[in-house]
Write a protein that binds this ligand. Structure first.
Ligand code: LMR
Length: 404
């Protein structure tokens, strides 16, 4: 081995990403029985990542219309951004009509979180950011990278496997006016535990009373109860007449992970504010990556704006949502049969792609090393990776690691 360059001699090896690192390890695993329940990706009943029919049709249309690959506007195309606003708020929402929303195309939901965090850090440099305990592993890294100091509020109650409303409200009493609070609009990642409509009402009151800035992360719209239902909390925040920041993603709902297609939306008080916010968002985008890529946005706006493709998409999305529900039922049935006396109802109560299984890091490691079943070390299982062919193998392995 050659000696190190002095510049790099003391550079340490970075820790493996808790989610993407596992995905890499899964790809390298040669066990034919391997199962990937780590990354938040939807696999169909045949264990494949689907290319949705609506997307295939939009692709055919777009590939038939060869257009110059010039730079896009920094904020992405208006046709895409308007479609995003309608999906989040509802087509006829007065906020859209009144010019009180600004949207910019982003590199997936992660890109929206990054641009939104940089934007907020420049507007309120002394604010803290609050994330749920637990939260998606990348939230803290993105917020800290933008300069925020990050605090956690109680969320998941390990004793009930449900939501700890009292703990959350109590923790938010420590937040200062102007602090940013990250909220999962639906299908909480990693727990799958969402507040009820009434509980959301109490959270809204607390956010308003403490004058916090809500930053809603909605990466799984359509995977909980439906497109409308899953975005209801956005409209409830909008109705409170407060600044709201929203990071949204089409990675999952369009099965377009690698196109990196999402959006940052900010709700403002008036069109003049909208104009100023847009100028700041453009500034952040320019200094991060200049302007976004074309193809993903063209695909999504073609589907959303063409009624027949839109209807097909909603049907396909419902198909994914229903298959995940079936897998939840099946997993509960198969694990319960192998671990009698233990209640696995949490698996079917949780929403979206994930189930917080209660397995600990050692058990997750054992699943990986002994069975080539990959789950996140927090115990998060991506239910969307299950199918009728692997569910028994997974249930058997889960039962074995639970029994020690
Ligand atoms: C996940 O939580 O697994 C997904 O959102 C993928 C990612 O980027 O972490």
């Amino acid at each position: 081995m050659t000696s190190s360059f002095p510049l790099f001699a003391a550079v340490p090896l970075a820790a493996r990403d808790p989610i993407l690192g596992l995905n890499e390890a899964y790809q390298a695993d040669t066990n034919p029985k391997k199962v990937n329940l780590s990354i938040g990706v939807y696999y169909n009943a045949a264990g494949k990542i689907p290319v949705l029919s609506c997307v295939q049709k939009a692709m055919q249309t777009l590939l038939g219309q060869v257009s110059p690959r010039t730079y896009q506007p920094m904020e992405g195309p208006a046709v895409y951004n308007q479609a995003v606003q309608k999906l989040l708020l509802g087509a006829d929402h007065p906020i859209i009509k009144d010019g009180r929303a600004v949207t910019a195309q982003s590199l997936g939901g992660t890109g929206a979180l990054k641009v939104g965090s940089d934007l907020l850090a420049s507007i309120c440099p002394n604010a803290k950011a609050w994330v749920s305990s637990p939260t998606w592993d990348n939230h803290r890294a993105i917020l800290e990278g933008a300069g925020f100091s990050v605090e956690a509020y109680a969320y998941y109650d390990a004793t009930t496997g449900g939501f700890n409303l009292a703990g959350m409200l109590n923790d938010l009493d420590r937040a200062q006016p102007g602090d940013v609070i990250i909220l999962h609009a639906c299908c909480h990642n990693p727990t799958g535990v969402d507040p009820t409509a009434d509980e959301w009402g109490k959270i809204l009151d607390k956010v308003e009373q403490r004058k916090l800035t809500p930053f809603l992360d909605i990466a799984y719209q359509g995977f909980g109860d439906g497109l409308q239902e899953d975005s209801e909390i956005i409209r409830r925040f909008a109705a409170r007449n407060m600044p709201v920041i929203i990071a949204s993603s089409f990675s999952k709902s369009f099965s377009l992970y690698g196109e990196r297609i999402g959006a940052l939306t900010v709700l403002t008080a008036n069109p003049d504010e909208t104009k100023r916010l847009l100028s700041q968002i453009k500034r952040v985008i320019r200094s991060n990556y200049s302007n976004p890529p074309i193809f993903g946005a063209s695909l999504v706006s073609t589907v959303l704006n063409q009624p027949d493709l839109r209807a097909l998409w909603e049907e396909e999305l419902a198909g994914m949502r229903n298959r995940i529900r079936e897998m939840r039922l099946l997993l509960r049935e198969r694990v319960s049969a192998r671990v009698p006396g233990k209640n696995f109802d949490y698996i079917v109560k949780q929403r979206g792609m994930f189930s917080y299984s209660g397995l600990n890091a050692q058990q997750a490691q054992k699943l990986r090393e002994t069975y080539s079943i990959y789950i996140v070390e927090s115990g998060r299982i991506c239910v969307a990776g299950l199918n009728v062919d692997n569910v028994d193998y997974v249930a058997e392995a889960m039962a074995a690691v639970m029994k020690g």
